[in-house]
Design a binder for this molecule. Structure first.
Ligand code: NAP
Ligand code: ZN
Ligand code: ZN
Length: 348
């Protein structure tokens, strides 16, 4: 056992405070990673505050982790000490169900071990995330990150990157496709960059006029305010796919109107309360409403390699672990361009 030093919340309403907890010694197939940076995903906020009503405490959030491998088990083949490695939203899964066998560990039919607010495969050992000094994980769930990448800008690829890459691949986005990205936050800005890198024509759908110039800079061809009545007319029947990253209640019916006949709106945002849907938004134009959650391990590696190849990186604001409350408040206000990333050196 080693002691990890991190920050935890003890309840839905408590503030972050320093927290020490044991990590296992690396087993034969485990790697230990000294965490350099960890992104702050809106899912961390939903869960720290028990907005999805499934939180367990104490909670050490964080699933956008990059760092340097410090120890490897005797049977580890993918990593050696000194390598850069990443960990995303899962640290294990059953590995034998039909979904795991098809590289869809995120849809494990038995038990995917989430990186925090979950349990290891024994069903009882709590998992703790990346707001801390180090993590121990089976090499099968650790990702290779190019040492050429600035690590703070690569960290959010482990959730925001894969969550947006996966639906773009599933809906075969490439040159000629028109993609809408709704909500320009951590996920949204990665959706814009990934879709543009795949050759699509991207339209940002946002309620924030202040993000218009950024949308273009990030690679979007067009920008529309969802709060403006003229948008419905301008975008009617225009888009093949909308990646909806909005974290709170919002109007999906209006957005479905922007789709071509047979187009799809894929929800990746996870608002705590149910969305309202009119049947008429789907039946005329036989539209599709779908969802997507992160991606499998093989697809996450594919995304990391794609991003390294295309130079797709996150726009980040590096923060101290002592300022978590402030980072959460600013994320909730949409006041971050576009992802807070914790520098774990600030733990010292
Ligand atoms: P974020 O950085 O806070 O971005 C969310 C964006 O949604 C905001 O920037 C804002 O964009 C828009 N928005 C926020 N509140 C809104 C409101 N009341 N009405 C309309 N638009 C609003 O969050 P994130 O980290 O990208 O995460 C987004 C959502 O995805 C969260 O619910 C998170 O839990 C979920 N998530 C899902 C997965 C998955 O696998 N499916 C993975 C990670 C995260 P504008 O200012 O441009 O309107
Ligand atoms: Zn996340
Ligand atoms: Zn499984």
């Amino acid at each position: 056992m080693s002691q990890a030093r991190g920050y935890a919340v003890k309840s839905a309403t408590s503030r972050f405070e320093p927290f020490s907890f044991p990590r296992r010694e690396p087993g034969e197939r485990d790697v230990q990673i000294e965490i350099a940076y960890c992104g702050i995903c809106h899912s961390d906020i939903h869960q720290a505050r028990n907005e999805w009503k499934n939180s367990t405490y104490p909670m050490v959030p964080g699933h956008e982790i990059v760092g340097r491998v410090s120890k490897v088990g005797s049977k580890v083949s993918k990593f050696k000490a000194g390598d850069i490695a990443g960990v995303g939203c899962m640290v294990d899964s059953c590995r034998r169900c039909p979904n795991c066998k098809q590289n869809l560990e995120q849809h494990c039919l038995l038990h995917a071990s989430l990186t925090y607010n979950g349990t290891e495969q024994d069903g009882k050992t709590p998992t703790y995330g990346g707001y801390c000094s180090h993590i121990v994980v089976d090499e099968a769930f650790a990702l290779k990150v190019s040492p050429k990448l600035p690590l703070e800008r690569a960290a959010p690829l482990l959730c925001a990157g894969i969550t947006t890459y996966s639906p773009l691949k599933r809906w075969k986005i490439g040159p000629g496709a028109r993609v809408g990205v709704m909500g320009l936050g951590g996920l949204g800005h990665m959706a814009v960059k990934n879709a543009a890198a795949m050759g699509a024509e991207v339209t940002v759908l946002s309620r924030s006029k202040s993000k218009q110039a950024d949308a273009k800079r990030l690679g979007a061809a067009d920008f529309a305010l969802t709060t403006e009545a003229a948008t419905a007319k301008k975008l009617a029947g225009r888009l093949d796919l909308i990646v909806d990253t909005v974290s709170a209640d919002h109007d999906v019916n209006g957005a479905l109107g922007f789709l071509k006949t047979g187009g799809t709106l894929v929800l990746v945002g996870a608002p705590p309360s149910p969305l309202s849907l009119s049947a008429f938004s789907l039946i005329g134009g036989r539209k599709n409403l779908s969802g997507s959650v992160i991606g499998g391990i093989a697809e996450t590696q594919e995304m990391l390699d794609f991003c390294a190849d295309k130079g797709v990186l996150c726009d980040v604001e590096v923060t101290s672990i002592r300022d978590l409350e402030r980072a959460y408040e600013r994320t909730l206000k949409g006041d971050v361009r576009y992802r807070f990333v914790i520098d774990l050196k600030t733990l010292a």
